[in-house]
Design a protein around this ligand. Structure first.
Ligand SMILES: [Fe+2]
Length: 183
């Protein structure tokens, strides 16, 4: 996927390792991802994310909501960049799978885990990996051997992890419409 689609957001990240990770994740994401809606069933996410390109709007919103969450969680400096990076890439690169029976793409319920393991291969920051692993909060109860090996459990309630969950949660509510000039 072309990194230009989130260029403005990437330019706000100053840490070179985090920037490098974001670019690796986006390069591993298929081009068709940027044409996807946020919800493949149409049952979740606000109305402006349900057409083609909705998924990119979602990433932009979650990224911008990080600016709201930092005050509440007292997140500063490098961890602020970790939060923004996690918010920006949390659903990439493996969000969807092709359902042969229904003849359509569907959201892969294991995407938080698949995405976090991809990141763990390119990034040594366990808080960022955990933020992606736990971004669906109580809607993901998958405990894997791989996560145990990475000891992700110990960061489950870290402020960056909680804030990532919160930003994704609010941005994906049906009734919350964030205007394009805000994100
Ligand atoms: Fe998301």
């Amino acid at each position: 996927m072309d990194t230009k689609l989130l260029e403005q957001e990437i330019n706000e990240i100053k840490d070179e390792n985090l920037k490098d990770l974001i670019e690796k994740v986006m390069h591993a994401t298929p081009d068709w991802y940027c044409k996807m809606p946020s919800s493949t069933s149409g049952s979740f996410h606000p109305i402006d994310e349900l057409g083609p390109g909705g998924k990119i709007i979602h990433h932009k919103k979650v990224f911008r909501l990080a600016d709201e969450a930092v005050e509440r969680y007292g997140i500063k400096e490098y961890e602020y960049e970790v939060l923004k990076s996690a918010c920006l890439i949390h659903d990439m690169p493996f969000c969807f799978y092709w359902d042969k029976e229904q003849n359509r793409y569907r959201t892969d319920p294991l995407h938080p885990f698949r995405n976090s393991f991809f990141c763990s291969k390119h990034c040594s920051d366990s808080i960022l990996v955990s933020a992606i692993y736990y971004h669906m909060g109580r809607w993901s109860n998958y405990e894997s051997e791989e996560a145990k090996k990475l000891s992700l459990e110990r960061y489950k309630e870290h402020p960056v992890v909680m804030a990532t969950q919160e930003c994704d949660f609010y941005s994906s509510r049906r009734m919350i419409l964030l205007l394009p000039n805000w994100y």
